[in-house]
Design a protein around this ligand. Sequence first.
Ligand SMILES: [Zn+2]
Ligand SMILES: [Zn+2]
Length: 283
Amino acid sequence: MSANQRPRPNPQSDDSESGDSGILNERILVLVFESINWDPHVLCLTACVNRKLRAIAKRLLWRKLCVSRAPRMIAALVNGAPNGRVGGGWNALAKLLFFCCGCDPTRNFWVNRASPGHFVKATRFSKTSGRSFLTKKCRGDLLYVSDPCEHPMGDNEEDLGVYRGVFRGFTKSKTRAYLIRRQVELEERIRCPYCGARVWSMTAAKLVPKSASRRLGSHEGRLEYFVCLNGHLYGTCWLARLSSDDEDDDYDEDDEDDEDEYYGNDAVHTKGGHDPVDETHES
Ligand SMILES: [Zn+2]
Ligand SMILES: [Zn+2]
């Protein structure tokens, strides 16, 4: 046996280490998670139990959870990827579905204090919204973006909006090709809160179309967003207070296909008044 092969489980060892025990049987695990509606908190805990469960979660369970909560969005994201992979892995995508990353001040977006990330009960992701974040040249890309999550910042300040999204097949996207062709530099210190990869500031790259602020309900130039090497998008904006003049502000023609919008993870289990919004889990 070579040094890096692990010994077979000893028949007398604890059953939880054996491949045949119920908890490591993938079909049983899937049934258990189906019965609890793929509760992401339980899956976080399960993936922390040991290396085997972490590996099963990474290969199978996070994907199943994403598909169960956002079937249409996931089907669109893996279309054309024969092995059904997503950039950054399924655990990163699951985190993106369930976790608002909050906001830290950056060189292009100043806030007085950081606003922490948190679990979210429900998020609407939409490719119609995503299209508003693509410049004309990059409109062929498929991008889903969430509605902004509102973070109150105090009485005298506007609310902060925090949003997130994901590209389909980012490695082959026009957005990535454009960033590389223009030799836009990756940010020095900032890392993607979902997968840990390096990011481009779309603000620094001057790739923020006017439609993005309109879509968010922000004013032009009062937002920033980043895209990571794996195609996750996240960002912040100041949410404009509505005046009567703003209310019938017309959106662009893209709103016609709003029926394509998709409600994501709107079924997070909450038991006994337990509120997932106040928790921050590592996933
Ligand atoms: Zn939030
Ligand atoms: Zn990422």
